[in-house]
Design a protein around this ligand. Structure first.
Ligand code: SAM
Length: 401
């Protein structure tokens, strides 16, 4: 029996057994639990709850019936207010521990909707449809996912009528009205009649190639009056309420009359959002996303943005564009050294770093810190009920550089 005293960065309850740290899945501070050990290493133990002996007064009943088994959410047993406190403290702790410099962490920006916010969901399929359980490839079958948009939840009943034996994954994307269904399969003759009434587009993904077999080529997303066409394999933010708040922050930092370089620009969403009084160059490696970005610029009647397809680090090595501001929004891995070196060569007055992984963010900030003052970090709760946090950081070029 152990007492849980804290939460780890990935929202596991932390306790001690014979002086060894124990990480207990889905346990929360002030719980007293009996545990089943899953893995014992030299310095720590991983465990799951066998029995809650005394439930913490912070504990709430999860609204999701699959929470105990499903690997999707981590924090449904904490109130939303306490989730926000956990995430704010997590960012402060990471910044204090790993960043070489003390900096200000602003209050976390909350999501207006902490349920039904996801506009994209990947269902795992193998005879049944659901999500992987934590740390395994066992599929937990579900009929509903309370963090997903209702349009996706209403589709599940029909998706289960497909021949699930020949499907690996089903990805659903929605704007609340339209539904794009992407089916990962090896069967190019798959019968999809049962979902034609609920889908606006159906793609088969066979050997990494997307084949439109029904309906529209794109799903159209809207943020603050801008329209964005999104191809099946293009990245788009999954919680549009928080996305708009985050983009507003980026726009505030960018200011006006600037040359803005938007690296890792996806479908051009940030480029377009900040383009009204600025000249923008967006760079993105995914060919389809950059085609979307070019279309998005056209349908929004914008003509002061250019887009380039390629690796951000390589393309900025010798670009003919002198940016005042560089925005970076890389995947979880963060920036590589080559990209950082080339950004430093461009000497923008400001860098705005959008990050979905505070560990790689602090690693990169420690390198940028030689040339830039790190002014502030703002956490955004893009992914309620999970341990993930998005952050926007503002950096200013030091005077003597
Ligand atoms: C987190 S998303 C950000 C997209 C966009 N800023 C937005 O808000 O929707 C990261 C993007 O970086 C792209 N990407 C990944 N590696 C890249 C690289 N080496 N160079 C350029 N883009 C890359 C991905 O395809 C993806 O579109």
């Amino acid at each position: 029996m152990i007492e849980i005293t804290d939460l780890s960065h990935d929202a596991k309850g932390i306790g001690k057994l014979n002086n060894k740290i124990v990480f207990v899945d889905k346990a929360i501070p002030k719980d007293i639990v009996e545990i089943n050990i899953i893995k014992e290493k030299k310095n720590y133990i991983e465990a799951k709850i066998n029995k809650i002996v005394r439930a913490s007064d912070l504990r709430i009943k999860s609204k999701c019936p699959y929470f105990d088994k499903c690997g999707g959410c981590d924090l449904l047993n904490l109130s939303y207010e306490n989730q926000l406190k956990f995430k704010y403290n997590k960012i402060c702790n990471i910044v204090n521990k790993y960043l070489n410099k003390k900096i200000k962490v602003n209050n976390i920006i909350s999501s207006s909707n902490n349920f039904n916010y996801r506009n994209k969901v990947t269902f795992q399929v193998k005879e049944k449809l659901g999500f992987y359980s934590k740390n395994s490839y066992d599929i937990v079958e579900i009929n509903e996912c309370i963090i997903s948009n209702d349009k996706i939840n209403n589709a599940i009943y029909y998706l289960k009528m497909l021949d699930l034996n020949s499907i690996n994954k089903i990805i659903c994307r929605t704007n609340g009205n339209d539904l794009m269904v992407i089916i990962e399969t090896n069967n190019d003759k798959l019968n999809v009649d049962c979902i034609k009434n609920i889908a606006s587009s159906i793609y088969l993904k066979i050997n990494d190639k997307y084949k439109l077999i029904y309906g529209d080529e794109y799903i159209t997303e809207n943020i603050k009056g801008f329209k964005y066409l999104v191809s099946p394999d293009s990245f788009f933010q999954i919680n549009l309420d928080i996305c708009e708040k985050l983009y507003n922050k980026v726009k505030e930092y960018v200011g006006n009359n600037k040359n803005v370089l938007d690296l890792y620009c996806g479908t051009g969403s940030i480029s377009i959002f900040v383009s009204d009084k600025n000249k923008v160059l967006g760079i993105e490696i995914n060919k389809n996303a950059i085609k979307d970005a070019i279309k998005n610029k056209e349908i929004n009647n914008i003509n002061n943005i250019d887009f380039i397809c390629g690796d951000s680090g390589e393309k900025i090595y010798n670009i003919n564009f002198k940016p005042d501001v560089v925005i970076v929004d890389p995947p979880r891995a963060g920036l590589d050294n080559f990209t950082i070196k080339n950004i430093l060569k461009l000497k923008p007055k400001k860098i705005i770093y959008v990050s979905c992984d505070p560990m790689t963010l602090t690693r990169d900030l420690n390198i940028l810190n030689d040339n830039y003052d790190i002014l502030e970090i703002t956490p955004f709760d893009m992914f309620p009920n999970t341990y993930h946090v998005e952050c926007v950081t503002l950096l200013n070029l030091k005077e003597n550089i």
